[in-house]
Structures are given as structure tokens and as C-alpha cells.
Design a binder for this molecule. Sequence first.
Ligand code: SF4
Length: 228
Amino acid sequence: MIDLPPLSLDAATIETMSAEEVLSWAAEEFGTGLCLSCSWQKQSSVLAHMMRAVGIDIPVIELDTHLFFRETHQTRDRIVDRFRLTLIRPSVPTIADQHRIEGPNLWERDADRCCELRKVQPLTSALEPFDAWVSGLRRSQSPSRAGLRKVEYSEQFGLWKVHPLADWSDDDVWQYIAEHDIPYNPLHDVGYRSIGCIPCTRPTGPEEEERAGRWAGSDKLECGIHQE
Ligand code: SF4
């Protein structure tokens, strides 16, 4: 058991706070040690807006695997432009290099290794200067996220993870986007309730879990950056 860096509020108190309160508290608590990661799904739309609404400006890590949908890149451009985001874009191996070193279409043979190379390693280096990291994870996205806390320590990355939307439902997200007229990824309108890399994402039916379209047909649930 490691000695965790102390926080000014206890976890139980943070759980009672609204998303805006959690975000404002984190900005105050961690200062320039705080960053946000965006994958340009609907939660990214909410957090980019909310960050501006509560008057904070933190760097945004974009983990572009070079395998995103065109619509995801277009959404990124619209959100960055609207909210004047400062992007950090960690270096990710080119697809050609990965094919050459690991063999073709690694995602079909060893998705964990592919995620390690294209997501986990680049994010680990991008997070190095930071003490805390905000992301848009929600408990209702999948059973693997049901136990999520609004603030929890990541031993994997050695920093605090902040989840202002942890207790939001899918409807809460859409209501916020509609209320504030925020740009969002149009793939959500055609059945993609969770969106990642092209080879590992398919649309889902309403009867399926929100993340059922990610690595469908395998027992993989997470890419490795949200394992704890
Ligand atoms: S989601 Fe698929 S394509 Fe993207 S990094 Fe992971 S295995 Fe590779």
C-alpha cells in the first residue's frame, strides 16, 4: 500500500459534488498539474464546454491513434476551435512502422499489444508532467466502470484521476449538449454510442451496453488506460 498524496477534501465529500464543483475543485487543488484527456466522444464535448463555463483553462491531451474516424477528427477541430483548447499530442508510432515491426494489422491478432503501443505508452509519457488527469468516464457506460469514483488514485500512472461525470447518465450527457448547443461527434447519431479506433468499433443496438461495440466479439473491455 503506497502513501497517497493528501487531498484537501475527502473522497466521500467529493462524491456529493456536482460535475462543475468537482472540476473547479480539481483546478484549485492541482493548479498547473491538472490536465484533461479528450477522445472526441460526447463526454469530451461536455468537459470542453464545462471547463470554459467554470472559468478554467487546462491543457488537453489528445490521444490520436491515427486510426480515428474522419468524423472524430472533424469533431476535434470544431471543439478545439470553439473552446480554444491547448492540445498536447503525444507521439504515436506510424501505422507503417507498426506493420513493419509487429506485422500487419496487429489489432486483429493482439489488441492488447496494439493498445499498449498506440495508447498506453503515448499517454504515459504525456501524463508525466501532471499530478492529476480529468477524463469523461461514467459509471453507466459499462459494468467495468460501475465502481468508478469521482476522484481516485492511479498507481499505474502515479497521479490522481478526476471523473466529474462519474454519476451522469447517457441522458444527462445529451441534455447538457443540447442545452448548450455544443458540437458533438456525428457518429453518435448513427448508432455509435462509444467511439474509438475504426478497426475496433462498431455501432450498437439500444438493447446492448453502451461500450458493447468496442472490441466486439472479444473479451477485451478496456484499452489499458482505464484498467484500475
Ligand atoms: S483500439 Fe484497436 S486499433 Fe486502436 S489501439 Fe487498440 S487495438 Fe489498436
